[in-house]
Design a protein around this ligand. Sequence first.
Ligand code: SF4
Length: 191
Amino acid sequence: MDESAPLETGIPAKRRNGGSNPSLSAYSGQPMKKPFLLILSHCLLNQGVRAEGFPFEKKIQEGIHRIIARYHPSLLQMPCPEFSFLGKREKMTYDQYEKLAGFREHCKKLAEEIRDYVRKSDAHCLVIGIAGSPSCSLSRIKVKEEKRKGKGIFMQELEKKIKGEYLDLDYDNPEASLAKVEELLQKLLGT
Ligand code: SF4
């Protein structure tokens, strides 16, 4: 990979990370005030857990890999709440998951496990959700046939437990949403 090239997001890296030590700024190599943790929705690194019928989204996958390669953040890949509850499944809407017995409890339990893990690291967190997901969205959901503003069930539970920054990536708009994540990452890393 050519590390001197700008990311596909269109935002050139201003500096380069000197190593993978999570307590060092990815830009200056100077110690950061607090360690930094990038917390990813599971399917950003493994789209195999998505519901049936979604095509593989190469731009999102490559964009996330480039961001990781460029900034070397400490990482946490969260479990997929839907796959860990149902396994392979058809696409469902927010209201269907709300009615699914035990699903919200399952999301709460996962959120508690992630909170306990994050507490041990005492890190500043950036959580990346998925726009439109009934579980992982931070921006919009689908209720019956209607798209509306709202958060997925898992993210609602996670926000109660983990302080930090939250932002969606959007499978329908990969480049713009990757650019926003990278901008926020640069801000958090103090560039
Ligand atoms: S539930 Fe979340 S992690 Fe699982 S496929 Fe949907 S958006 Fe991805």
